[in-house]
Unconditional design. Structure first.
Length: 395
């Protein structure tokens, strides 16, 4: 076994721990956390090797607020028609995704995107698949709660009713008083968002076989095949680590040690409609926000942690298996030969330079998949701290 992978890995993790942009993008909701200098409201234990997250000081975390947020996260009464909770699209067993190509909201409307994992969301430098301006977790949370195109939780128009439901439950009275002891009022929608933010930030995943091998020096934690796959992953031949680097396997990462904020979006050649660089309606990516033609088809490279359980893959859930994804990158893009989406993504003029294609043997492909499987954190997927408290209470 070559040793070159280890130096590359250390370099990639080091770069990932430092990268972030001096700029402070405008926040869609008008909320301003004051930049990284206004941190840190983080509280909690961290896995070995993980940097301290950057949390706005006015979003100070504590166990009581997290527990309130956990109850709200799993409560269908938080949706307008009481049919859906946050957990409907973010299931713990699936690393807080939903296993669907595209999520379905409380009124039956389909979203245009695949549900993203909430694992390690506290480290995200930007949220959503394709909106660079959303760089505060609470800004993201209000979208599914109040958004109307499409409707997800559908609170708009039911604000008072939702709060009345929560106030009527004595469980929330105790949780609220513990979480916000200085408040003299009743639970507000702003505090609902705040508590959901605290719970979401607590969803830390860092106990995979990979973590035990790298950070805990358990040299038998992963197989020889996975070690070979790791070498491939961090090689310049495949260049996976350029978009999925750092301790969180995503360069759209920020934390307390961040110097320059990296917000990375890429066109991978998933589509090339008419061989003119086009993407399907509703899947224009960053272009939908900026209007810049160069941003067509640019989407965030999400974390690969727990990738084994977060299928289907890509922003629109159009790939079912890890092997399919790897063969897609081997080809350097996707060829769609017929139909309304026909086009050769391999020749997309807006495609990232890192998606140039490569050749793998069957063994190398298997090795790479085995490495990706080492990123599964079974403890995280079964941690009772993140589980549905209402089920635990027998409700």
């Amino acid at each position: 076994m070559k040793t070159s992978w280890f130096s590359l890995l250390v370099l990639a993790i080091s770069i990932g721990s430092l990268w972030a942009c001096d700029s402070d993008p405008k926040r869609a909701s008008g909320i301003d956390n004051g930049g990284l200098s206004m941190m840190n409201g983080w509280s909690g234990d961290l896995p070995l090797g993980f940097p301290t997250p950057s949390v706005p000081i006015d979003k100070l975390m504590n166990a009581e607020k997290i527990e309130l947020g956990r109850h709200l996260f799993y409560d269908h009464r938080v949706s307008g028609n009481q049919t859906q909770s946050c957990s409907s699209c973010h299931e713990q067993r699936l690393a807080f995704t939903d296993g669907e190509s595209r999520s379905t909201g409380s009124t039956g409307q389909e979203t245009p995107r695949n549900s993203m994992s909430l694992a390690n969301a506290v480290y995200n430098s930007t949220f959503t698949w394709a909106n660079p301006s959303i760089d505060l977790l609470e800004e993201q949370i209000v979208i599914p709660l109040f958004g109307e195109r499409p409707v997800e939780m559908g609170i708009t128009g039911y604000e008072d009713e939702v709060l009345a439901r929560l106030h009527a439950d004595p469980v929330y009275e105790g949780l609220y008083q513990a979480a916000y002891p200085q408040s003299e009022g009743r639970l507000s929608l702003a505090e609902v968002v705040d508590a959901l933010g605290a719970f979401t930030r607590s969803l830390i995943s860092g106990n995979s076989s990979f973590d035990r091998y790298i950070y805990h020096q358990e040299r038998d934690a992963i197989s020889d095949s996975a070690l070979r796959g790791m070498d491939l992953f961090f090689s310049e031949k495949l260049e996976c680590h350029h978009c999925h680097g750092g301790f969180n396997f995503s360069f759209s990462t920020a934390h307390q040690n961040t110097l320059n904020l990296e917000i990375a979006f890429h066109n991978t050649g998933l589509y090339n409609i008419g061989n003119q660089g086009g993407y399907p309606m509703g899947s224009y990516g960053v272009f939908e926000i900026t209007g810049d033609p160069k941003d067509m088809g640019h989407f965030k490279a999400p974390t690969l942690r727990n990738i084994e359980v977060t299928a289907p893959y890509m922003h629109d859930g159009s790939m079912e298996t890890l092997e399919e994804v790897i063969r897609f990158y081997e080809a350097g893009g996707r060829l769609i030969e017929e139909g309304s989406l026909a086009g050769d993504g391999r020749g997309n003029p807006l495609k990232s330079e890192f998606v140039s294609g490569f050749v793998l043997t069957d063994q190398e492909r298997e090795d790479l998949i085995n490495f990706l499987l080492t990123l599964t954190d079974e403890a995280f997927l079964n941690d009772e701290r993140f589980a549905d408290p209402w089920l635990m209470m027998g409700e």
